[in-house]
Ligand binder design. Sequence first.
Ligand code: ROI
Length: 159
Amino acid sequence: MERAYIGLGSNLAEPAEQLRQALASLAQLPTTRLVSVSSFYVSDSLLPGQPRYTNAVAALDTDLQALALLDALQAIELGQGRERHERWGPRTLDLDILLFGNQQIDEPRLRVPHYQMHLRAFVLYPLAEIAADLELPDGRPLGELLAACPFAGLERLQP
Ligand code: ROI
């Protein structure tokens, strides 16, 4: 069994509702337990001209292999109307495997840890809420990444 951390994001069609639906689907995954969920956070898109994103992070304990989990996450995205037009385009739902235990995965379909998580306040701050003492597989403490990534621009929603 591995502890996986999933980044959730949406900037279309009632983003907070999209996240709630996605969390309900994560809780139903086979051989998987939804362990904890961060608050929801709103922030501007990293790309100008897009609606603002709502983001959160969830912790799962799962017996699925990483690629099977990726398949399951993509099925949830599609089930919630995700359409892939342009890369980094607006989306109803984005589910990213941020961390998968201590595994470092480098495959065409999946890189873990997520290659930009250390730069993204909308990933690091919700992650810290549910896993303050986390270390990345390379040994870097989450607190060190947070110290280099200002909270500025994140708005934490009341649960
Ligand atoms: N910006 C924010 N704030 N949140 C996201 O989830 C997000 N996802 C993206 C891009 C377009 C890079 N910007 C984002 O894919």
